[in-house]
Ligand binder design. Sequence first.
Ligand SMILES: Nc1ncnc2c1ncn2[C@@H]1O[C@H](COP(=O)(O)OP(=O)(O)O)[C@@H](O)[C@H]1O
Ligand SMILES: N[C@@H](CC(=O)OP(=O)(O)O)C(=O)O
Length: 418
Amino acid sequence: MLVFKFGGASVKNAEGIINLGKVVNKYTGNQLLIVVSAMGKTTNALEKLTKAYFNQADDVNEIYEEIKQYHYNILFELFDSTDPVFDEVANTFVEIDWMLEDEPHDDYDFIYDQIVSVGELVSTRIVNAYLNKINLKSQWLDVRGYIHTDNTYREGVVQWHKTKESILHHIPALLEKSIVVTQGFLGGTSENFTTTLGREGSDYTASILASCLNAESVTTWKDVPGILNADPKYFEDTIKFDELSYTDAIEMTYYGATVIHPKTIKPLQNAKIPLLVKPFNDPSAAGTVIKEDGHNNFAKPVIIIKQSQVLLSLSAKDYSFISEDHLSEIFRLFAQSHIKVNVMQTSALSFSVCFDHDEDRFKQLLQSLSEGFKAKYNSGLMLITTRHYTPASLKELTVGKTVLLEQVSRNTAQVVVR
Ligand SMILES: Nc1ncnc2c1ncn2[C@@H]1O[C@H](COP(=O)(O)OP(=O)(O)O)[C@@H](O)[C@H]1O
Ligand SMILES: N[C@@H](CC(=O)OP(=O)(O)O)C(=O)O
């Protein structure tokens, strides 16, 4: 049994969905479970809608209409207007219609998950209908009944025991009958509310399903030839890695290589299931295989860029040394604000920490820190991490930039630059 994952970029338009059909058509001899993300940048648009609704802004309907129109335009390119998929999609959007009619609930993260999840619910309806249209027999599965999480909205924690039981109880029988198409990124609570697994979490969904079902492999179909030594959006002369070990891949994603969600690898490593990263526009290309004995000599350093970083420096209000008690209080407040630390450094009188800029969470953090600490910060920074670096490659990366923080170990160098 194979698990495929198609991300937003691969299904961003009608052409992408037609291409998905062609890829799937090459694997008809296998049992196939297909995980699909929201189309194109729909999750970003739904995030914008959630914020507008929560703040009761004037442009709620305008944002929502644009999202619906984008999906209907794709539907009109793929289907006859009498196709039942139009009703399926309309009935899915109704979940948002109902929410928007009411006053917003005061838990932003809860509302976020109920609205943003519609992106995946709609995209899977469209993909499922298209596969059936081209005679690839397929059924739509609501993943929220199988991936059980706690109620940490926007970062649902998977309840593995219950999840495995549900998956094994139903999905193998479904796979014997046809292809199964389901949503990435989503989970469900015991009260039947929707959770999401963290941005870009569809790779993780594929990994959860594959590990519970003991799949032969997982393939994530991407807009790149495989895993490269650096993001081609920022670097020209990249090289593709044919193989990586699970550990190499975990390290890359931990430091922020966005090509794979960081939680994806561990469940696959535990079950020894290979992860293939392949280009969706060239399905027969080898891509990158991530497996236990994946070997790489790193002919070029791995470079990972993280944009929109904040560098915050904290010191005690009474100018005392930064103590363990201070650090434990700082970390508690970071955890409370759901902010993950990317790099940190301590000196006698200050503690510097670099993290992704999330406006609302940062505001909350600064507020909670203000009682005990003096805070200074810079935003709009870039964090460059390089593994298997050489001194020359490190120097080249920082040419023309101001280095605000630097941390170098034997294998890994991290610099925060402006
Ligand atoms: N080391 C890397 N190798 C390949 N792609 C990378 C790397 N680091 C970042 N990327 C980016 O990851 C993108 C693909 O991942 P992503 O956008 O999450 O795909 P999808 O959402 O379609 O699953 C590429 O377009 C590329 O810009
Ligand atoms: N649609 C979600 C989940 C996801 O994984 O998407 P993608 O596969 O396009 O990165 C997001 O954008 O966060």
